[in-house]
Design a protein around this ligand. Structure first.
Ligand SMILES: [Mn+2]
Length: 341
């Protein structure tokens, strides 16, 4: 693990790699979150100082209302990865995800030269020319903030706001896996950020569709002792799956929550937990085993299962399999399951 005081050495190595290059493609997770986007903006800022111009790209969409509000405020252009050719760039960087991770927008055949992330390190990452993975950190934005600091670059107001919002949302306001570095970075960023904008982002305005999916999530929700789960059916906005999983975990008796939905030919699922004994990433791996992939943090994780044929029958089968496996690994009793509405 990289300790804080390693940042200057890391920055030097990164600077060496960037020097003399003219273009870099910064790639995010698919359906990127605020932490990833803020980290990409900070990396772009560093690169711009060294005369490297950057494009930021992902697959999927920025779905969550708060993140859309952030993108509008900072005027961030996130491009569609399918429309970019790696040949156009001297360097490819992956932030807030890693090579071989299913949520990475980078096709597996393309190898990045730079990886900066805070998820558990993957073997593929160790072969990347420059990598800085700090899995004890609550946010990738914190790592990038330390780079800016080490490079004596003061973030402008939009960047400071994005970094602060990225850290706060990834650590759920420091309630979840926050490192002292996340708290220090936030304290410093607070003075530079646009507080009014931060408030507006957090109360992001939403389309009517949001309430329709939320209602479906509540109607379909089942509570079985310490477990709570809901299936959303087909969703246009994949971020709603994580949002409903977050919401369900607020139930006072719940230790584990699960939400899933169908999007772009596959099932996507999110698991959240407050339990120390059975982490969310293990639950996800159990649910998707032999059928898909997944991973994440101990308190929050996500997975996906690709559907052979995206038919109603296929989805019905998964609508039974996913909660069954969830109850199986958590030890919650299917016999006591009840609707919550
Ligand atoms: Mn993150």
């Amino acid at each position: 693990m990289t300790r804080r005081n390693d940042t200057p050495a890391k920055l030097e190595a990164l600077t060496d790699l960037l020097k003399g290059k003219s273009t870099m493609l910064i790639v995010l997770q698919n359906n990127p979150d605020a932490d990833g986007m803020a980290a990409a903006m900070a990396l772009r800022k560093l690169a711009n100082k060294l005369k490297v111009t950057c494009s930021i790209a992902c697959s999927g969409t920025v779905g969550r209302a708060e993140n859309r509000a952030l993108v509008r405020y900072v005027n961030l252009k996130v491009r569609e990865i399918a429309e970019m050719s790696p040949k156009w760039f001297n360097l490819i960087a992956l932030v807030d995800t890693q090579p071989g991770q299913r949520n990475s927008s980078l096709p597996p055949r393309i190898k990045p030269q730079i990886v900066i992330d805070h998820h558990p390190i993957r073997p593929e990452t160790r072969t990347v020319a420059f990598h800085d993975v700090r899995s004890t950190y609550g946010a990738t934005a914190t790592i990038l903030y330390e780079y800016l600091q080490a490079a004596s670059i003061k973030p402008d107001m939009p960047l400071a706001t994005a970094l602060l919002y990225g850290i706060r949302s990834d650590t759920q306001d420091f309630g979840r896996k926050a490192h002292q570095a996340d708290i220090d970075a936030s304290a410093e960023l607070y003075g530079l950020a646009n507080k009014r904008m931060l408030g507006a982002i957090q109360r992001g305005r939403v389309p009517l569709e949001y309430f329709r999916i939320l209602a479906t999530g509540l109607i379909n929700a089942r509570n079985c002792g310490r477990c709570i789960y809901s299936g959303l059916g087909v969703v246009e906005n994949a971020d709603m799956i994580a949002e409903v999983a977050d919401l369900l975990l607020r139930y006072e008796e719940a230790e584990w929550s699960l939400c899933w939905g169908y999007h772009a030919g596959g099932a996507l699922l999110s698991v959240r937990t407050i339990s120390q004994d059975l982490p969310a990433d293990r639950i996800v791996r159990h649910i998707v085993r032999h059928r898909g992939s997944g991973g994440g943090h101990p308190s929050m994780a996500a997975g996906q299962i690709t559907l052979a044929a995206d038919t109603v029958a296929d989805r019905d089968r998964l609508d039974r399999l996913i909660p069954r496996r969830f109850l199986e690994i958590t030890g919650c009793d299917a016999a006591v399951c009840r609707r919550i509405t």
